[in-house]
Design a protein around this ligand. Structure first.
Ligand SMILES: Nc1ncnc2c1ncn2[C@@H]1O[C@H](COP(=O)(O)OP(=O)(O)OP(=O)(O)O)[C@@H](O)[C@H]1O
Ligand SMILES: O=C(O)[C@@H](O)C(=O)CO
Length: 393
């Protein structure tokens, strides 16, 4: 395969732990068969999980499968305001438990102490590599790892409050068969392999077709992005879960709304609501059922939009992204230029990395935006970055 690193994306954050373990072990087997020498289990930078999992059970299963007795865990992503200090996760200026994550519809996070959060999900002893060590150098981190291993610790939460911390941690985990982290730690790994970052790696085919945004995210940042899009006077269709539950063809209505408007620029389809409104819907329909219903509707809208010539799609929300990617039959993504930290444009691709060609030879450009990522103007700025007049590298 013509790639230095390969990502297998799993929709495993909120499924039962046994299913998440099973999917992760199958992914591990594929990666090892393809020759992967180091495995990176990436989870959310807000450590989204429940006491039943899935971060702990998946980490443990990967450790067993790889025959390794130690790994680190750090969701730190300073460029997006996620920092870990004394084992406590901060989102911006507040502890995780004070952030919008305390209201998350599927994985509410109410304990910022990651040693305790992870400890509740695993049979391994969980320790801490704190900032007095990470702030020094990779050698100090390696010495601390040796010390923890001797004490019988299997997984160590690692503090990191800056990219320099992540670079030191990255150097320290060279040769470790398994690392677990948010995406932040990845900046510390290429140097271990002698890779030099290159803009050419992010070049995508030129954009074409209509533009649309699909938002099933209920995170605070997405809410601001929806409001900003509406303030700009752009066309937007609200997907109301209660109307879907009542049997209305909401996806059909959304597509009818889209048809006369797509030629004039991006159209937004959203179920995004503030936490109180989401709670009301959940109390009527059940949280999982409401999520499923909205995901299915937005995925059908996405399919219909592509059939109607949309070739540039922004999707907001991790679960929503999974549903849309599945419905569109996307089997791979070629990662392109970064829009905001943690969110790149991608080209839908076939296994092996060839770009998927739609009828007419078009490429489908897609950006999968995590709920809390991206600036307020994301739903319009992202298209400006892609083109048509801009180089996509
Ligand atoms: N109005 C709504 N009422 C109830 N549930 C909703 C509503 N809108 C969306 N949902 C559901 O809430 C969940 C939101 O999860 P999703 O992962 O897509 O976004 P997020 O949690 O904001 O972002 P991320 O996971 O990227 O941090 C989905 O299952 C979605 O279908
Ligand atoms: O790392 C993050 O925070 C995101 O990619 C995510 O997983 C939140 O949904």
């Amino acid at each position: 395969m013509d790639a230095d690193a390969v990502v297998i994306a799993l929709k495993s954050r909120t499924v039962p732990a046994a299913d998440a373990v099973d999917a992760s072990l199958r992914a591990l087997a594929r990666l090892r068969a393809a020759g992967a020498e180091q495995i990176y289990f990436k989870y959310c930078s807000t450590f989204d999980s429940t006491p039943a999992g899935n971060i702990g059970p998946v980490t443990e299963a990967l450790m067993d499968a790889l025959g390794t007795g130690f790994t680190i865990a750090t969701p730190a992503f300073p460029d997006n305001g996620r920092t870990v200090f004394k084992g406590h996760l901060f989102v911006g200026d507040v502890l995780l438990s004070e952030s919008g994550m305390r209201h998350h519809p599927l994985t509410p996070m109410t304990d910022p102490d990651l040693v305790s959060v992870l400890g509740a999900q695993t049979t391994r002893a969980v320790g801490l590599i704190d900032h007095t060590v990470v702030g020094r150098d990779a050698e100090a981190v390696r010495a601390r790892i040796d010390e923890l291993r001797e004490q019988g610790v299997g997984i160590a939460i690692a503090d990191a409050v800056s990219n320099d911390d992540l670079l030191r941690l990255g150097a320290a985990v060279q040769g470790m068969p398994l690392v677990t982290a948010g995406s932040g730690l990845a900046i510390g790994l290429p140097a271990n392999w002698g890779f030099t970052p290159s803009g050419a790696a992010a070049r995508l085919p030129p954009p074409s077709g209509h533009q649309a945004v699909i938002s099933g995210s209920v995170s605070a940042a997405t809410h601001q992005q929806v409001l900003e899009f509406l303030r700009g006077g752009r066309p937007a269709f609200r997907v109301d879960p209660l109307r879907v539950a009542a049997g209305e063809d909401v996806a059909g209505q959304a597509l009818a709304f889209a048809e006369p408007r797509l030629a004039d620029g991006p159209v937004l389809f959203y179920s995004t609501e503030p936490p109180e409104a989401v709670r009301t819907v959940q109390s009527r329909l059940g949280a999982a059922e409401a999520g499923e219903l909205v995901e299915r509707t937005l995925a059908r809208v996405a399919q219909g939009l592509v059939e109607r010539g949309v070739r540039q799609v922004v999707v907001a929300g991790g679960e929503t992204s999974g549903a849309v990617v599945r419905a569109l039959g996307i089997t791979g993504l070629r990662i392109g230029p970064q829009i905001d930290p943690g969110v790149p444009w991608c080209a839908a691709a076939l296994p092996g990395g060839d770009t998927l060609r739609l009828p007419g030879g078009d490429t489908l450009h897609i950006a999968l935006k995590s709920g809390n990522f991206g600036g307020p103007g994301f739903f319009t700025d992202s298209f400006a970055l892609l083109g048509p007049d801009r180089e996509t590298s």
